[in-house]
Write a protein that binds this ligand. Structure first.
Ligand code: AMP
Length: 540
């Protein structure tokens, strides 16, 4: 007979995070870049006060448990207050990716039943275009003060955030409820069909945020100042807005300024020790730092994910700037980070190139998440580092279905990710490709990620992408796109010769296209579907 434990049954709720921070780290700073430019600075105690005011304001607007509040906003302090006020009140914080097409935004706002939408002034033109198509939205709240709130042409129900909360009491009794209640909602980018909603529970978010603070993950503590460049509008900014107040770390929010110069300036001015972002943002940052001969005086670690971090960038961070890269993997359906790498003392005895190669893999699953790879019949493949198949995950912060979705996506209780991966005997997972991006040639597979990684190793390459293009004999052949580093004149023969020394002969791309830039989507990924559309048939 099982014995019931005799511990208190306190739910894991998001309101508990901000109240903990206010009580234990009340004087710790939150620094936020206002959309109109200046830095705003307050503490976790102030953040708690204003979150409670917002909770009262939303209640006064007639919202209650289960209501949804949308946001179209940058990483800033008002967005942070909404994270706590909305979920803490038992409502659903629906973060919208502003880079979705207007009709997709309309779709998700209606599908989520958003009753209030919070927006930054940057996105006023977007609101103007969609408001008429979102009849359930009672109020569009501009995340600004009275001086900077913008009128939106043709939209009557626009409120100013500061005016809205000023009128309300800073005391609010956060309700207690089941920790499995929905807290936040994020839609997949949806390159085909409608975006699909993932409804995160309080429990999932709190568990993930706690795990993110672990030394082998992001390592957040009161000693740290963390700057999440990953957007609060996508996958909960990897739960850093929850993890930092749990850990008592200072939190720096970059607002709309995500270019290399602004980020570097902010990191230095605020003595940032930990950052998190997608590789493309770090490319811009490193380019700026290199061009201007700058250093990172306080940054020690960066967590990178969202797409594969090339070994060449890992090497640059580590060797030139003394910054440790923690490379993680996750997706909208996994709340935030699901796997991450961390070098062991044994790894650190290896030559640098071998260490970087380990970091370039996507690491081990966090406690709370299990991973496996399966073949096309669903049979589990060995953890031998070479058998590749679809990656399946399950765990406490993995989606079990889609919001208002009918069919369960699960296969025997596991979530199929659509990523192709290998797992080593020690548990390190490596993403080889997306199922739809892998290049099928002569009955074999070429990993576009591995090819891009190899191309990025050339010093004249700023960015690389590889797609499979239909081929009359081989089914598909790789086509390489290169963005040269400024001032470089790298040619086709040179890059192909470079690659043929690094990959199997049959992997070497059939052609190279030099471009000024690559199409990058709202979550920092190269939009290969667009490239495929444009270059379909070049080998026919
Ligand atoms: P999204 O749901 O838009 O965040 O996209 C999730 C997808 O991004 C995953 O299924 C992967 O294909 C890709 N991804 C995320 N992290 C990595 C990584 N570290 N390396 C390679 N691909 C990644």
């Amino acid at each position: 007979m099982f014995q019931p434990g005799q511990m208190m049954d306190r739910p894991l709720l998001i309101s508990g995070i901000i109240e903990h921070a206010a009580a234990q780290f009340g004087s710790v700073d939150v620094v936020s870049r206002e959309t109109h430019g200046p830095l705003f600075r307050y503490t976790y105690a102030d953040c708690a006060v204003r979150s409670r005011q917002l909770a009262n304001a939303l209640k006064a607007l007639g919202l209650g448990p289960g209501s949804a509040v949308g946001s179209i906003a940058w990483n800033n302090h008002r967005h942070l207050e909404a994270y706590f006020a909305v979920s803490g009140s038992g409502m659903v914080m629906h973060t919208c990716n502003p880079r979705l097409q207007a009709q997709q935004l309309v779709y998700i706002i209606n599908h989520a039943d958003d009753e209030v939408v919070l927006f930054d002034t940057t996105f006023a033109p977007l609101v103007k275009g969609i408001a008429a198509h979102c009849p359930k939205v009672k109020a569009w709240v501009c995340l600004s003060d009275g001086d900077n709130t913008v009128a939106v042409d043709g939209v009557a129900n626009v409120l100013c955030y500061e005016d809205l909360i000023a009128a309300h009491d800073d005391r609010f009794d956060w309700p207690d409820f089941d920790e499995r209640t929905g807290a936040a909602l994020c839609y997949t980018s949806g390159t085909t069909g409608h975006p699909k909603g993932v409804l995160y529970s309080h429990r999932a978010i709190v568990l993930n945020a706690l795990s993110g603070c672990l030394p082998g993950v992001m390592s957040l503590s009161p000693k740290d100042t963390v700057l999440p460049v990953v957007p609060m509008f996508h996958i909960n900014a990897w739960c850093i807005p929850y993890g930092a107040p749990i850990a008592g770390a200072r939190l720096v929010l970059p607002g709309p300024r995500l270019d290399g110069a602004s980020l570097h300036e902010l990191m230095e001015a605020e003595r940032v020790t930990v950052t998190a972002g997608v590789p493309i943002i770090w490319l811009g940052l490193l380019q700026h730092v290199e061009q201007h001969g700058l250093r990172f005086s306080t940054m020690r670690r960066t967590t990178v994910g969202g797409s594969a971090m090339p070994a060449a960038l890992i090497a640059k961070f580590a060797e030139k700037y003394g910054v440790e890269v923690r490379h993680g993997w996750g997706m909208t359906e996994t709340t935030a980070v699901a796997t991450i790498g961390c070098l062991t003392p044994e790894n650190e005895l290896l030559p640098p190139a071998e260490q970087h190669a380990i970091v370039a893999r996507q690491g081990k699953s966090l406690f709370g998440v299990e991973i496996k790879v399966v073949d096309e019949n669903g049979a589990t493949l060995p953890r031998d580092g070479t058998s590749q198949g679809e990656l399946l995950v399950r765990g406490q912060w993995i989606a079990s279905g889609y919001y208002k979705g009918e069919a369960s996506p699960l296969v025997d209780g596991w979530f199929p990710t659509g990523d192709i991966a290998t797992i080593e005997p020690g548990g390190i997972m490596q993403i080889r490709d997306r199922t739809k991006d892998v290049i099928k040639t002569g009955g074999e597979w070429i990993s576009s990620i591995d090819l891009e990684n190899a191309a990025m190793g050339h010093p004249d390459v700023a960015m690389a992408a590889v797609i499979g293009v239909k081929h009359p004999k081989w089914e598909e052949r790789p086509l390489l796109f290169i963005v040269r580093r400024p001032g470089q004149s790298l040619g086709k023969d040179e890059i192909l010769a470079f690659l043929s020394e690094r990959v199997a002969k049959w992997w070497v791309p059939d052609d190279v296209v030099f471009v000024e830039s690559l199409p990058v989507g709202g979550t920092g990924k190269v939009q290969k579907a667009e490239l495929r559309k444009q270059y379909d048939g070049v080998f026919s």
